[in-house]
Every structure is written in structure tokens, then in C-alpha cells.
Design a protein around this ligand. Structure first.
Ligand code: CTP
Length: 465
């Protein structure tokens, strides 16, 4: 079959396929191919997690990743990592350390891998054929995520007291570590010594990233790399040519976060945008192979790997940075730009004076970055996408914004306080284009980003507009 053309399927099924494709970060065509591939090859029911004998090895074609999950709060992200690796056609097996089981269960990991999850070195039911040797041998790559300080120390010293460390000592496969720990533990000389030893031993690492830690108020270097970043590292090591890179060769410009508009050198006007949605879009675009420039207002989100981040403060800085970053194939304006700034921001700190009137903060309008770029006579990106953050009449306002701003798509979302979207982790989006409105299901900001990137890839590849 040189190409794949599917005709005569009804609109409802098409819509289901689009959403499924978007969820998996694939084009519709790729999604249909995947469904056909699975239907043609997969006739066995995977064993339920925690039961039955060790499953037979996967067909040689699928690369096999063994994921070792260490005990840390980042373990919950490993479930998403399993999904991301499976989307890339990888066969994923999973070992949970005892400490990891404090954070996630074998049942949840097994439900996503579709395989039994391994936890014990001495399991009378399953280890009769030296399970750890087999687990070590049957992997093309071992990923340790999160790699805790404890696991790294054990690895660096060749300890093998549990299943995870025994497998790590027994393997000849490449090992990729995604460290995650408190910044002080990461910076500790012992951890750095272990890291240097592991690198000298040929172990690859990704992260940790800088950012806010689980412990409230703590920030620094120690956050586990995002699942999509780790998946991209896995792709690189395994040289996966079949991995979906639908945006390869495309330059994507993204704005994210709030802007800070100075009142004087120490005070500013800001808003509640966290930047999470724009950053998630940047990560998804980079994972899809795009060359990504992220112009970011002040945020507390870790800098994504493989993305060029340009930090700015005010709306005017943001516009200047965006114009410098053009040309681009696609521009996505996710920033919550302040509409107004103080007309005459003080060069010195405004002082309180007894009996004096409160300062008169006259406001003036900021440039509209989206509208400026969308109305460019030359060098306009082929696809200009804006967000419409609304608290009422969401669709009507979004449609009006699409026309007024001159962009091609608007992602409308209800940001009224009850939704928790502003600053939260989930998003419910309606995509408004010239040809209609598409309602996406409520989803995490990462999934919304993947949906958008898949939708953009489909549009650029002529499947939709
Ligand atoms: N935007 C922009 N520059 C501005 C204001 C908004 O680039 N000065 C972009 C945002 O990034 C977003 C879109 O325009 O993609 C809509 O932003 P939104 O805050 O919803 O709308 P506003 O234009 O600010 O209109 P209003 O506040 O009246 O709803």
C-alpha cells in the first residue's frame, strides 16, 4: 500500500479519530495506521498486572524499554512517561522499587504498560528462571525515572540488594537516568561524585530541571525532566526513525506567561497566568520535531530542554522579542499580556508622604502582540493562533476576537475562577476557526498541548484547516 486513503466514514467517526489522534500526538493518518497495525498484529490479551507468568518477549520489531521507577514524588509523572513511550511504538516493562510503591501502585503502572509490573528480587511465583537476568537482557534501554539520590548511590557503587539495582548491575543495555531530588541533595558532594562516576561508566542522564519543588517554598535544580523530554531522549538514544516528528523543519514561535508592567523600580502590575499552558505547548512542539522559540514572561515553570527561551518582563519587551524572532511558520500566543501599563512609570520608588494624595496611576494601552503579528503585511506566519481567556459568553467573545485580531485560530477557554484554569493544571478548550467550532474534552494542560500540536501538524500537512 503506497498510501492510505479511507473514504466513506461518517462524521462522528472522523471526529472520534481526530480526537484520538490528537490525544496521542499523531496525525489522523498515523493514528489510523497505528490502529491497523495493532489490529493486525495484536491478537493476544495482555496479562493482568501482578498475575500470571512473565510474558513472552515482544516481536523483535518493537524496541524494548525497561522503566525503573524510584521512590520520589516525581514517580507519578512516570505513568505519563509510560504513555509517551508507548505512543512511540515502544514495548515498556516496569519495575517499581519498594519506595516507588509509596507513590504509585503496580496496578496503575500495569494498567498503562499492559504488562505485569515487577517489584521483588525474590518472588517465588515468578523468579524461578532468574528474572532479573532476563529483565536485564530483554531491554534495549533501561530508563530510571525518577532516579533518586539513593538509587544513584547504589548504582555508582555496584550494589544489587533489590530487583531494580540487581537489573541495573546485570544489564549491558544503555541506561538513561532522569534524576529527581531535593536541590540540596542534588548539589551534595556525594551525589555529584556518584553522578560523575555514573557518567564515566557510560550512563546517560537527562535533567534535572530547575523549578519549584514538591516541598512548599523550595526551588532549585532537582525537578525530574518532563515526560516528553525524557521520551525525546529515549528516541534519540534508540534512534527511532519511526517516531512521529510531524513538525520537523517547522519554526514555531510561542508566547507564554504573564507580563509585568512596572509602576516604579520595585512595583509592578501583573496577572495570575502561570505560563504552564504555553510551556506545555513548547514542550509538545519540540517533541514533534519543531524548532521552538518561547518568548516568556516571568514564570516559575522549569525551562524546557531543546527549546530556545527568551525571557521578557513587559508587553513591549515581549513584542520586540517576538518581532526579532520572526519569521516563523506558526505563531501561538498563549501569553496573558497585560492590556495596560502605567503611563508614567516612576524612575524612583514612589514614596508615601504624610497627608499627600495617593499616587495617580494613569494607564495607557499596551501594544496587542497577537494582532500586530497577525496583521503584518510581510513576514506573517502561515498559521497564527491566539487564546481567548474569557469569564463569560466564551464562544461569542472568542469569535469576535478571531475576527478583530486577524488570527487563523482561537483557542477559547473559560477562565472564570470556578474553573480553576488560571494557574491550575487542567484546561477545557474550544477551537474556533473560520470553518467552525471544535470542542475538546477537559484534559491536562499537557494533553491540551499535544492535541493542539497534532491539530497543527494535521493542518500543515493538509489534512484539516
Ligand atoms: N494578546 C496579545 N497582546 C495583548 C493582549 C492579548 O498578544 N496586548 C493575545 C493573547 O496572548 C491571546 C489573545 O491576544 O492570545 C487574547 O487575549 P485575551 O486576554 O483573551 O484578550 P484581550 O485582547 O486582552 O481582550 P480582553 O481583555 O478585552 O478580553
Amino acid at each position: 500500500m503506497a498510501s492510505l486513503t479511507v473514504r466513506q466514514i461518517d462524521e462522528a467517526l472522523k471526529q472520534q479519530l481526530r480526537l484520538r489522534a490528537a490525544r496521542h500526538g499523531r496525525s489522523v493518518e498515523d493514528e489510523v495506521r497505528t490502529i491497523l497495525r495493532e489490529a493486525a498484529s495484536d491478537t493476544e490479551t495482555p496479562p493482568s498486572p501482578g498475575s500470571g507468568p512473565m510474558p513472552a518477549a515482544k516481536p523483535v520489531a518493537a524496541k524494548r524499554v525497561l522503566l525503573i521507577v524510584g521512590g520520589g514524588i516525581a514517580a507519578y509523572k512516570s505513568l505519563d512517561l509510560i504513555r509517551r513511550m508507548k505512543e512511540r511504538g515502544l514495548a515498556v516493562r516496569c519495575i517499581l522499587t519498594k519506595a516507588a510503591e509509596e507513590f504509585i501502585t503496580p496496578l496503575s503502572a500495569g494498567a498503562i504498560t499492559g504488562e505485569r509490573v515487577f517489584t521483588d528480587l525474590f518472588d517465588p511465583a515468578h523468579e524461578f528462571d532468574v528474572g532479573h537476568i532476563r529483565l536485564a537482557r530483554e531491554a534495549d534501554l533501561i530508563v530510571v525515572a525518577p532516579a533518586t539520590a539513593d538509587l544513584m548511590a547504589k548504582m555508582a557503587n555496584g550494589l544489587a540488594g533489590d530487583l531494580a539495582t540487581a537489573v541495573l548491575l546485570a544489564t549491558t543495555a544503555q541506561i538513561l537516568l532522569a534524576p529527581a531530588m531535593n536541590p540540596r541533595m542534588w548539589m551534595n558532594k556525594a551525589t555529584q561524585r556518584n553522578l560523575a562516576q555514573l557518567i564515566a561508566d557510560g550512563v546517560a542522564t537527562i535533567g534535572p530541571n530547575e523549578g519549584e519543588m514538591a516541598e512548599s517554598g523550595e526551588r532549585g535544580l532537582g525537578r525530574m525532566a518532563e515526560p516528553l523530554e525524557i521520551a525525546a531522549g529515549v528516541e534519540k538514544i534508540l534512534k527511532l526513525h519511526g517516531a512521529p516528528r510531524p513538525l520537523k523543519g517547522k519554526r514555531i514561535l510561542i508566547t507564554a506567561g504573564p507580563t509585568h508592567e512596572p509602576i516604579d523600580p520595585v512595583r509592578y502590575i501583573a496577572n495570575r497566568s502561570s505560563g504552564k499552558q504555553g510551556y506545555a505547548i513548547a514542550i509538545a512542539a519540540a517533541a514533534a520535531g519543531a524548532d521552538v522559540i518561547l518568548v516568556s514572561g516571568p514564570v516559575n515553570v522549569p525551562k524546557p530542554q531543546g527549546v530556545t527561551v527568551i525571557d521578557v518582563e513587559s508587553a513591549r519587551d515581549m513584542l520586540a522579542a517576538v518581532e526579532r524572532a520572526l519569521p516563523a511558520d506558526v505563531a501561538i500566543f498563549a501569553a496573558a499580556v497585560a492590556d495596560w501599563r502605567v503611563a508614567n512609570a516612576g524612575a524612583q520608588k514612589i514614596k508615601k508622604q504624610a497627608g499627600a494624595a495617593t499616587p495617580d496611576l494613569a494607564l495607557t494601552e499596551n501594544p496587542d502582540i497577537l494582532s500586530t503579528v497577525a496583521h503584518r503585511a510581510t513576514g506573517r506566519p502561515g498559521l497564527v493562533i491566539g487564546f481567548a481567556a474569557e469569564t463569560e459568553n466564551v464562544l461569542a467573545n472568542a469569535k469576535a476576537k478571531l475576527a478583530k485580531k486577524g488570527c487563523d485560530w482561537i483557542l477559547a477557554n473559560d477562565v472564570s475562577p470556578a474553573t480553576g484554569i488560571m494557574g491550575g493544571d487542567r484546561n477545557t478548550i474550544q477551537l474556533v476557526t473560520a470553518s467552525g467550532v471544535e470542542a475538546w474534552p477537559p484534559q491536562s494542560k499537557e494533553d491540551a498541548a499535544a492535541t493542539l500540536i497534532a491539530r497543527i501538524a494535521a493542518a500543515l500537512n493538509g489534512e484539516q484547516n
